[in-house]
Ligand binder design. Sequence first.
Ligand SMILES: Cc1ncc(COP(=O)(O)O)c(C=O)c1O
Length: 381
Amino acid sequence: MNMELTYQSKIAEYLQIDVEQVSLYWKGRVALYTMLKAMGVGPGDEVVLPAFTCVVVPNAILYVGAIPVYVDINPDSLCCDVEQIEKAISPKTKVILIQNMLGLSVQVSEIIALAKKHSIFTIEDCTHGFGGKHQGVFNGLRSDASFFSSQWNKPFSTGIGGMLVVNNQELLQSVYSLQSKLIKPNAKDRFILFVLIWARTYLLKGFTYWTFLRMYRWLSKKGLVVGSSSASELEGIHMPKDYVKGMSKVQCRAGIKAISTLNQVISKRKNSGISVHEWLTSQGKTAVPTEHLAQHAFLKYPLLVRDRELFLQQAEKGKIPMGDWFISPLHPVLDSLKPWGLEVSNFPNAVFVSKHIVNLPLDLPVHRLINFLELYKNEII
Ligand SMILES: Cc1ncc(COP(=O)(O)O)c(C=O)c1O
């Protein structure tokens, strides 16, 4: 069996689905783009999505020529409530995008029922949620299709990488046809990725974390390494020329290895997540509503803090690799979001959360996290 098929089979085995449902991409956003194309989404169509996401999500929608229609989030769940989604539906709505923010699945069945009522497709953005379940079903298996990411900090990592799971059989042929046209990663891409995966595995330890992170972000912004996003994706609606790329063997090899230990990783994160959750609740701080956590896979724990800059500085001093994801409604763009059609004044919850959120890493010994939180508890909202 070739490397790609082995990796697809491992994913299918993990999710208990048919291997034919799984396809692999250079990044998660390419899986989303492919799915939108396969669904026939194009100019004039509308796609409903959260106003609290990564900018590459509306980018994929805009690259196919469609219109992103944003919905504010519920600040407790960080996801969109079904009632708000319903208000955003119009005769032009072709897709509702359901996002498992930090892996949290909320009202998925209700949103899918709403979409079915209006004959609208659903796509789950499971980039944070591989391995988690909602109401006993793995994230990503209820909607017409779902996409996952295996980029650096995701449930498991292939450096960068993405997968698509198609649940609606009628869409499979179009996906296969688009897949056969994907650009193959070139030797330079593969080599740089191989070096980065090696560096991350062997060099990225607690004390080097910030130095490497800053260097990686700087290099990837300059286009000097295979980065999470290129400058053109962050500066406006310019589709990079080699955007529609497939997955390389380097990524498949890393994925096969990572998925074999995923259950242990999830279990460790879950224990830490529950301890953090209990501590926050005992202190009367904002915590994710408990009912959302039953089968959650806990990638990072979202925390709202008063002064994020100060909190992140303290974390760096305390050697806690605190995540700074979603510092903008369309992370990581801090300038005007107008090119993406998002007027911030219409989305107060997304603006509030993106001003105050930090993401607590759950791969550390939990006593270190709680000791740190104890020290700075007055900063936590
Ligand atoms: C919510 C969300 N959706 C989509 C993506 C895109 O994933 P990828 O970087 O694999 O394209 C990300 C990336 O971090 C994300 O956070």
